[in-house]
Design a protein around this ligand. Sequence first.
Ligand code: MEV
Length: 448
Amino acid sequence: MTQPIQGFSKFSKEEKINWLIDTYFQGNSEKVEFLKSYWHENSDVQQLHDEFIENTLTNYYLPFGIAPNFRINGKMVAIPMAIEESSVVAAASKAATFWLSRGGFSARVISTIKVGHVHFIWNGEDFRKLEAFVDGLQQRFLDATDHITANMRARGGGILSTRLVDKTEDEPNYYQLEARFDTVDSMGANFINSCLEAFAAVLKEEVHQFEGFSQPSDQELDVVMCILSNFTPECLVRAEVKCKVEDLKDGNVSGDEFARKFQRAINIANAEPYRAATHNKGIMNGIDAVVIATGNDFRAVEACAHSYAARTGRYKSLTQCTVENGEFCFYIEIPMALGVVGGLTSLHPMVKFSLELLGKPSASELMMIIASSGLAQNFGALRALVTTGIQKGHMKMHLLNILNQLGATEEEREHVKSYFEDKVVVHAEVVQYFCSLRGVTQAELHGK
Ligand code: MEV
């Protein structure tokens, strides 16, 4: 059995790699070279990457592409996407081009409020006393965070409000100090958490001084944790596309029929969580790719999107569609907490490039771009699903991936592509055809 390793984080990068390869790859030096081959040739750039996380050994590449032809609020945008899944960039580009001639995307930010909580237990019995205690601390909360909020206030943000929430119906003696924040162009996680910890210190300090607390149990206040919430339903953006129903005509499918089929697909996603999860996953294909390219926290965006999709108690579609008076309207309303300053945004070279490509947007502008990308992705997926089926487009990319795995030459690729032009792409059949084309057995192909 592998022995636990002590002090690994103190090892140099070289030592870490050697330990790993000795321990898990029988000291195979080719594996060392393999990891090193992904190091950046510029040592400054590599050092930057090394320092993003702990125990860095090398880099992990993701393809970076763009989906051009997005017209958002009248402005042409080429959207950067970092994603491993084939067809996502193609679908976004296709949907962007489709809507380009129909007015493009319009988007607006509904609100940008973020939330955090001091979760605490209070053993007193009279809620009104606790209310009076917290009400009396409002100025203390501001004073205690003055040094933390100074820069944010100068940029137009800061703490918007604090309030006491009684959660004792859900958990005995459980209360929250809920705070709302405007973090302007930063995602604001560190800012919010620092403010919350300062609020908690005030609560713990003042609980012993408050004259309104007469019973010993009134002074028993335990802070459980201080943390921002990744559910930010008030940090909300809307993006939409609209056109006359007749302008939706798609090949042999009339505009009316397309709108009917499309709307039914949305209705199904609203009615059926099994479908909603896949439907929303498609939306997140378009969202996460841009979130990653712009150095934002895709786990936070995912967590927020899915909790919002379930806000009514049933998990539903994040996009909706209306057909009224001959007009088709397709829209998304989705909360997302993004930053364009701080974090990776000024450090990661590709993130800086992406933000420059987007014209150095504010966080609100980025919310609108990303919501449009999610909407486009969903439009592309639903359009394919309710007309030709999804596999037609996917299969082309699937075939290319298989050919890459097989190490096909340019000539072989052309042969295989033309052979499968009118056939379903099945991995085993591609390999079989490829082997016959090359004149080798499958065992020979795999070097056995
Ligand atoms: C695949 O990554 C995404 C889709 O499954 C989305 C959908 O079904 O709507 C195509």
